[in-house]
Design a protein around this ligand. Sequence first.
Ligand code: PLP
Length: 265
Amino acid sequence: MTEINEFPQTLTIAGTDSGGGAGIMADIKTMQERHTFAAAVVVAVTAQNTLGVQDFTALPAQLINEQFASIAADLKIRACKTGMLADAKHVKLVAANLKKYDFGPLTVDPVMIAKGGAPLLAADAIESVKTKLLPLATLVTPNLPEAQRLTGLTITTAADMEKAARELQKLGAKNVLIKGGHAEQNEVRDYTLLESGESFWVSAPRVATKRTHGTGDTLSSCITAELAKGQSMTAAIRLAKKFVAAAITDGIQVGHGHGPLNHWA
Ligand code: PLP
């Protein structure tokens, strides 16, 4: 019989979504669906639904530190991810905890702005993401606007994406996945630059739907789960792209705005 502590355990360090579609809720659903046990450090709490983010607050530093300590004292986390981190203070706090504890490969989803336009990261926190978090990242998964903010580059072509990925590696992220979902093409093309210097593109047809709330969270959580189960970075990224494509295509009707993905598609 497998030791209880040996079941693949994953950790999300992020914000909640009361509407259930994004953030920690999407992370846990995805990690569970990919057959891992999901733990969570809640950094921020949002009042949110498919129509938008109505309010949010970040939790006190001490409570966040205690969540990290509780998890480290008991669970055996094999891979972790960060999502919404709210502001510079919390980015630094999370980075300090990730230095202190070994939670396996870290995927940084540099969440900045929700689809409805609400800022989930203060503008002055971007520097802390670059200097404190990216050097700890096994993988960083920005969308195009996030990659632009982190690198200062204007990204319009495939060559721009490749250049931005190299810049993100220079900032310390070992592997880089730049998501092309915000481009206008019919194919959504994502670019991966691996630690080894190898690179590849993955693509999926664009689906005409408003039900894409939590797409980035789902992708990074799926990658985290696959890494926890021992998959290679390449296999984890390829599988996650397929998982997200199916979760968007096979949409479910929830709410009146940008609806959630179907996490068990
Ligand atoms: N809310 C939280 C807590 C999130 O972490 C995220 C994305 O990472 C969002 C909302 C945004 O979701 P979307 O932009 O997919 O609607």
